[in-house]
Design a protein around this ligand. Structure first.
Ligand code: C5P
Length: 421
């Protein structure tokens, strides 16, 4: 496979020599495109010797071969490591002031970026906004590791180890090959056709179950995966309704119906699903709600009266919206229903076993099994999922990848189900 290895000007460039070695030993044809600043850390002779190819930073070399267009167009994968704050800013704003940024504009293959910089630069809102923009466009961002930085200080900002970056490259190349080299941000034509003009309903966010006028029971779901699903479906020409208990900005071209509780979400989802072609339950619906809502704020205690007892909150079960959507659908084919399952795996089985059991129990057409854990899924920009399909043993493994890329894979799986009926 043809890989372009972009290197920006950060000290972590020295670790990327080992990544280059792994890629070439893996049989890949690698062209290294450093920025001018990267050459201050590792010189062109090192990159040229390890890749076996000439190394250029500007668009003016080998001009008859138009490298700024050809390199990007012909690549199967572009990985930028380290992606510095400056490189992320230039890529996010579509600048084309050196060879690497030109390659990023002409590439139609998966693009992976591994940011590495000092913690303050990584956490700056400008950098975070640029990362969010790139991720939204389908760039696979590999989050920086936490640990020792250039000097004595530590924190998030370290470039992940070359072996880990190599594993991401291999996964992305495999994913692109399976999807027929669907380019990042530009959908597979089969998927585009499948969703054009379809009515799609997506639920997103964690429901809030009020206890009194100021308190509620909630969960850690940010709603980002549901919003990415809605955004991608709208981009693919679907008529999208997003039933949301999250407070994120509405994606372009999407009708948002705000809800707060599981009961509100149930009412809206049952009504919206009636005429829909596809329903995706990405929301984290609370399984329980307080049995009683107290009109006035619950007092801490009868302070001063020596009573420091705490109230006991009684809970009741919420309806299972997904199961009800399956039970009440207008026929066995429509709408296609997609459920989500956040699993950690336990003594009774791994995430896939638990997912298969849940798919059978809920009766939906596809189940997206989310791996959850201390640094996985909730609130993050990336996600790791396994897509299961009813009646088959198929498993589509996705990620870690941006929530937009995960959304594209989920819609590709939905397209296959739609094509069947
Ligand atoms: O059973 P569990 O909560 O793990 O199932 C998750 C799936 O079921 C998600 O698709 C979620 O949106 C949906 N769900 C639901 N109503 C509930 C609980 C979960 O629709 N009360």
């Amino acid at each position: 496979m043809r890989v372009v290895l972009g290197v920006a000007g950060g000290i972590a460039a020295y670790k990327v020599c080992a990544l280059l070695r792994l890629l070439t030993e893996g049989g890949h044809d690698v062209t290294v495109v450093p920025t001018a600043a990267a050459l201050k850390f590792v010189g062109a002779p090192t990159w040229a010797a390890l890749s076996g190819k000439p190394v250029h930073t500007e668009v003016w070399s080998d001009i008859t071969e138009v490298p700024h267009v050809r390199l990007g167009q012909q690549a199967d994968l572009v990985i930028v490591a380290p992606a510095t704050a400056d490189l992320l800013a230039r890529a996010a704003t579509g600048q084309a002031d050196d060879l690497l940024t030109n390659v990023l504009l002409t590439a139609r293959c998966p693009v992976v970026m591994a940011p590495a910089m000092h913690t303050e630069m990584w956490e700056h809102p400008a950098t975070q906004a640029n990362v969010a923009t790139l991720s939204e466009r389908g760039v696979h961002i590999v989050p920086p590791a936490s640990g020792r930085l250039t000097g004595a200080d530590t924190g998030p900002g370290r470039l992940p180890e070359p072996e880990d970056l190599y594993a991401v490259c291999v996964r992305e190349l495999g994913r692109a090959a399976r999807a027929g080299a669907a380019p990042h941000g530009i959908p597979d034509p089969a998927v585009t056709t499948a969703l054009t003009g379809r009515r799609v309903v997506v639920s997103a966010g964690g429901t809030r179950e009020p206890l009194d006028p100021v308190r509620y029971l909630g969960n850690r779901s940010s709603g980002k995966q549901g919003y990415a699903l809605a955004a991608v479906a709208a981009r693919l020409g679907a008529e999208v309704t997003l039933v949301s208990s999250a407070t994120l900005a509405a994606p372009e071209g999407v009708r948002v119906v705000p809800v707060e509780t599981a009961l509100e979400m149930r009412t809206v989802m049952l009504a919206e699903a009636a005429g829909a072609d596809v329903v995706v339950m990405a929301a984290a619906v609370a399984d329980f709600r307080p049995a009683n809502y107290t009109e006035h704020k619950i007092k801490k205690s009868h302070e001063g009266a020596g009573d420091d007892s705490a109230p006991v909150v009684e809970l009741v079960r919420n309806p299972d919206i997904l199961a009800e959507l399956v039970r009440t659908r207008r026929d066995t084919e429509r709408p296609v229903i997609v459920g989500f399952a956040a699993e950690t795996g336990d003594a009774s089985g791994g995430v896939l076993d638990l997912g298969r059991a849940k798919l059978a129990r809920k009766g939906c057409d596809l189940l997206v099994v989310n791996e959850v854990g201390p640094d996985k899924t909730f609130g993050r920009e990336d996600n790791t999922v396994h897509i299961l399909r009813r009646g088959t043993d198929d498993v589509i493994d996705v990620g870690p990848a941006s929530k937009s890329v995960v959304a594209e894979e989920i819609w590709a799986a939905v397209a296959h189900v739609l094509a069947r009926g």
